[in-house]
Write a protein that binds this ligand. Structure first.
Ligand SMILES: [Fe+2]
Length: 218
């Protein structure tokens, strides 16, 4: 069973941020998740609540908007866990990208809803053209590029979930990532589109080792 770790008021959840605004949002997300098994319907139900929390200030502590040297994402990019369900079905994190830095091209293996909270970003989405049958190789095609400003959102679906983000402008960007999986602690993929390569990838969280998590969840 779970012990009393961190800010864990209920078995089966971890709250790294805990205040009324944040709790109201997560409660609404968890209600939306009960409403359907269809990722697109779940995302549609969550979207208005996500729009609301992005308009609000003060609920996200300053430390979760800081870059992090030596992170799994590289380039000083910090991915801070804010909340997750310990059954591995939901994680909410902040992704902090310094000016000029960009994430690797990566996938998520799940649905997701992402909103830009601070700064500006470009986002490039890819589709996979090969069938994945050759170990270590992947053929990607750039499908869409978009420029994001605070309040802008986009969804990821399991079949279209390969992308990279880059901070544009001179301000560190902070995007909020709601994923239907324990995004930081699962093995997923990093792609090298020009080399047609793919490698296993685990990003981790800046503020929580995955190993500790796995033992907590046992
Ligand atoms: Fe991502």
């Amino acid at each position: 069973m779970c012990g009393n770790h961190l800010n864990e008021p209920a078995i089966g959840e971890q709250w790294l941020v805990d205040n009324p605004v944040f709790r109201e949002f997560i409660d609404a997300v968890n209600e939306a998740r009960k409403s359907s098994d269809d990722p697109e319907e779940v995302i549609a139900a969550i979207r208005p609540h996500f729009e609301e929390i992005m308009k609000k200030d003060g609920w996200l502590p300053e430390k979760f908007m800081n870059p992090a040297e030596g992170s799994g994402m590289g380039s000083g990019i910090g991915m801070w866990l804010l909340y997750r369900s310990l059954d591995g079905s939901l994680a909410f994190s902040s992704l902090v990208v310094p000016p000029g830095a960009e994430t690797p091209v990566h996938d998520h293996l799940a649905w997701g809803l992402i909103g830009l909270y601070r700064g500006e970003q470009s986002e490039h989405t890819y589709t996979r053209k090969d069938d994945g049958s050759t170990e270590g190789e992947a053929e990607l095609t750039l499908m869409k590029s978009q420029h994001l400003k605070p309040g802008n959102m986009y969804a990821l679906l399991p079949e279209v979930d390969i992308h990279k983000v880059k901070t544009t402008g001179d301000q560190t960007s902070v995007s909020l990532h709601l994923l239907g999986i324990d995004n930081g602690c699962i093995w997923r993929h990093r792609f090298f589109p020009e080399e047609h390569k793919v490698v296993p990838f685990k990003s981790g969280y800046v503020n929580l080792p995955c190993e500790e998590t796995e033992s907590v969840a046992d």
